[in-house]
Design a binder for this molecule. Sequence first.
Ligand code: ADP
Ligand code: LRH
Length: 481
Amino acid sequence: GTTGTVAAVDLGASSGRVMVARVGTDCLKMREAHRFENRPVRVGGTLYWDALALYQGIVDGLRAGGQVASIGIDSWAVDYGLLDADGALVGNPVHYRDARTEGVAERAWKTVPAEALYAVTGIQHAPFNTLYQLIAARGTGALAAARQALLIPDLMAYWLTGIAGTEVTNASTTQLLDASSRTWSADLAGRLGVDVGLFPPLRQPGARIGDLLPAVLEAAGLRGPVPVTAVASHDTASAVVAVPAAAGERFAYISTGTWSLAGLELEHPVLSEASRAANFTNEAGIDGTIRYLRNIMGLWLLQECVREWRVELPALLAAARKVPGLRSVIDAADATFLAPDHMPDRIREACRATGQPVPNTPPEITRCILDSLALAHRRAIEDAQRLADQPIDVVHMVGGAVRNTLLCQLTADACGLPVVAGPTEAAALGNVLVQARALGLLGDRTEMRALVARTQSLTRYVPGGDRAAWDEAAARLSGGF
Ligand code: ADP
Ligand code: LRH
């Protein structure tokens, strides 16, 4: 069949990459053209993203990747850059882990109760939701000067094409959209003093954004025209597109990396009070689907420890495999682990405070993290099935943690379900697939997923281990120790 070549820009919290893929009905081959570190910078007490370094990484990657028929961009959610009346960036985008949003949500709920917010937006509570970031920014010179707010992938697309818009899957994470109509909930936002008019009009995955600007073509060494295509620009939405589920399969997914996002694909949002209390989110997926999931701290916990210990990950994981399991577990969905720094001490402290043995060595702490993540995966998947009344038979793990074979096995053991692990670069693949569909090369979601299943390397983990021990640890966690 016909194939095309496209570039997928995927910006993760730990690294950015530009992938180039050849794609068609029988073909999905992707290679990494360029990978660059994404290093947040703390200046004057605020934690920022280095937006210009990310942009430069994209241009370098496009140059390395060569001529393509289309470019798509996805990144982490919620964060934004502000543009002034001249279209210039007003300050660096603030990182979602910055402390400026502490206590903001609780104050906002005095005006619009959390229940009312959830009933409309269906979005989980996280202190860093764009809504709370914009409230925290009120009164700043930057916000006063701002004429537009652009989410991170939309900001990059604006710099590449000169065209501004707000892609809808990522827009859903702002907590400023109505989950049912997928349009701005201007009224709710207005009551909280937030003007949704700052965001340019919504656009859908598959829409053509615009062509690379002449100066960008030159910097990237490309011949024009090269269109930038809107994809599911929230990285998790792109990752869910690339889950290699078979037609009719009853599946849950865990999109892993810095975060673990664990849940289900649904046709309709679940906006019940029980769902809110369980902190499940209803984020927008492609084709009108809902990503019904819970945020779990994910490999962030380990990343931060490794940064402090200055050790190599493979050796550490080999040692953690030999440590006896489930001695101490922590709540990996707890927002107290959100901020950077001193992670090993914070994990030890959480174990001490709950009367469990305190892990000391790096392998012991690593084992505690991985056991806890597996338990959090189990809990999210159990809760999702119950709250959405949608039972499953298999768990698909995609993203960076697929390389962590211990975590994959522990997740299968904890859930008591088979885990199909792969692909590792799911977000980039989902980005590629949506572009391919926009180019007329692919059909529906089932076809896209079947293509991933046929072409990518997947590993199946069969549940084993001691069921009673997992049940006991799960009870320890949910029973408040
Ligand atoms: P993000 O997109 O959020 O930046 P990734 O999907 O790139 O995250 O996943 C990064 C994570 O993958 C790291 O935190 C690390 O724990 C894990 N990882 C990377 N390489 C390996 C490896 N060789 N073995 C085990 N885990 C790995
Ligand atoms: C994962 C992710 C996740 C969001 C978080 C801020 O990269 O997009 O879905 O909740 O970043």
